[in-house]
Ligand binder design. Structure first.
Ligand code: AP5
Length: 218
């Protein structure tokens, strides 16, 4: 199964990719996580990417295509993978199709997470992430037991630099301009399904599993 989770920032792609990965064993390939890891390790790539990420702009296509081309060759991707935050531009989608074709594979399903953009500002500005294990919390809807401390590993919770309100607005504009056209791209290929992402995480998960089951791809 090669599954794309497509949706605006904060629509719940990461939350659902993580749950699905635990459940089905397909690795979650998040270009955002890969880039943040490069930023925290202060690699050349990370130093270049940080300036774009902090402003809510996209990192160059060639960088993220390279990351995915390499990661998908790892043995754990042989039975499939979940793409979370990639592709994000039409050239990225085209590069993905070309890359998979050379491996006699193709995308099975692209799921669009549909939600009003007003709700996303609240979700993102309230998000807190564990600096160590990456577990996500929310100041209203998923409070940690102890303020600013991760329930799972006891490390400090931090706010992502791009989760400040001014940057969130730019991320939403970038999504509309550069990523929303992918909806038509996958619709034209007959690979698009839509999901109501404004429901509880549990209901979104159920709907996502139903969509995958309806495909009956292993
Ligand atoms: P990335 O890390 O991919 O961020 P994003 O797409 O903006 O997505 P988010 O992680 O913010 O949101 P999400 O949809 O995963 O929601 P989540 O589950 O976390 O990218 C960051 C940056 O990296 C980009 O801006 C860009 O610079 C760069 N980048 C990455 N990929 C790139 C690419 N391919 N090309 C170029 N540049 C790239 O949930 C959000 C919050 O909502 C959480 O608090 C969560 O608890 C809560 N929540 C989730 N589901 C629900 C629900 N059902 N109900 C209520 N609350 C919920």
């Amino acid at each position: 199964m090669i599954l794309i989770l497509l949706g605006p920032p904060g629509s719940g792609k990461g939350t659902q990719a993580k749950k699905l990965s635990e459940q089905r064993g397909w690795p979650q390939l998040s270009t955002g996580d890969m880039l943040r890891s490069a930023v925290s390790r202060k690699t050349d790539l990370g130093l270049k990417a940080k300036a774009f990420m902090d402003k809510g702009e996209l990192v160059s296509d060639s960088v993220v295509i390279g990351l995915i081309a390499e990661r998908t060759q790892d043995p754990d991707c042989a039975k499939g993978f979940i793409l979370d935050g990639f592709p994000r531009t039409v050239p990225q989608s085209e590069a993905l199709d070309d890359m998979l074709a050379t491996r006699s594979k193709s995308v099975d399903l692209a799921v669009e997470f549909q939600i009003d953009h007003e709700e996303l500002v609240d979700r993102l500005s309230g998000r807190r992430t564990c600096s160590k294990c990456g577990e996500m919390f929310h100041i209203k809807s998923k409070k940690p037991l102890k303020k600013d401390i991760c329930d799972l590993c006891g490390s400090a919770l931090v706010q992502r630099p791009d989760d400040q309100e001014s940057v969130i607005q730019n991320r939403l504009q970038v999504y509309n301009a550069q990523t929303a056209p992918l909806i038509e791209y996958y619709e034209d290929q007959g690979k698009l399904s839509r999901l109501n992402a404004a429901q509880s995480p549990e209901q979104v998960q159920e709907d996502l599993i139903d969509l995958i089951a309806s495909l009956s791809v292993g």
